[in-house]
Design a protein. Structure first.
Length: 184
């Protein structure tokens, strides 16, 4: 069964599909997913790690050594560590965030879920995330995997993207709509 759903059309999608298929075949989807979640958190929290993955000034060899040392320090599973080495050798560390997103989409489809990208102005607690999942499950009739993002620029509320659908309940959008209405 093909679950790639057009993901392989992008460079990051092809890398994610390769990692997903390898993890699935070796029955390591859980450890790889956990390692990628840790990497996503590191990208969000560490400016040094973001620089390591995105700076054109860091060569492939140096980037490879640094990312493998980081993987060892983070205690990532061997498959993910090797994958990071491949990204570094190919000069594709800058694609890491997009690879993680595509991998998560593939993993959710494999589990029979659809993925919703939820952006909030501040981090959500577990109760709020569960309420969002329940609401989306009722609306779409299937299990939902939630990819959480924080963007203080939306001021408040939520922006939810499921496939090509977007529900924008952010304060920023409401204020912009009000401003346009007042201009006449």
């Amino acid at each position: 069964m093909d679950i790639s759903g057009g993901i392989q059309a992008s460079l990051s999608g092809r890398y994610a599909l390769a990692l997903f298929e390898l993890a699935r075949n070796e029955k390591k989807l859980g450890p790889v997913s956990a390692s990628l979640a840790a990497l996503k958190a590191a990208l969000a929290e560490s400016a040094d790690f973001r620089t390591l993955t995105s700076s054109p000034l860091i060569g492939r060899a140096e980037g490879g050594k640094a990312v493998l040392a980081t993987a060892a320090a983070m205690k990532l599973d061997p498959l993910t560590s090797n994958f990071l080495g491949v990204l570094a050798r190919n000069g594709r560390l800058g694609q890491l965030g997009a690879v993680i997103r595509a991998f998560n989409t593939l993993a959710a489809r494999h589990r029979g879920e659809i993925t919703a990208e939820v952006t909030s102005a501040r981090p959500l607690d577990d109760g709020q995330v569960d309420a969002i999942k329940d609401n989306l499950k009722t609306r779409f009739g299937t299990d939902i995997a939630v990819d959480l993002n924080v963007d203080p620029a939306i001021l408040g509320g939520l922006v939810v993207k499921v496939g090509s659908r977007m529900i924008d309940g952010s304060i920023r959008t409401k204020l912009n709509t009000l401003a346009q209405a007042m201009k006449g």
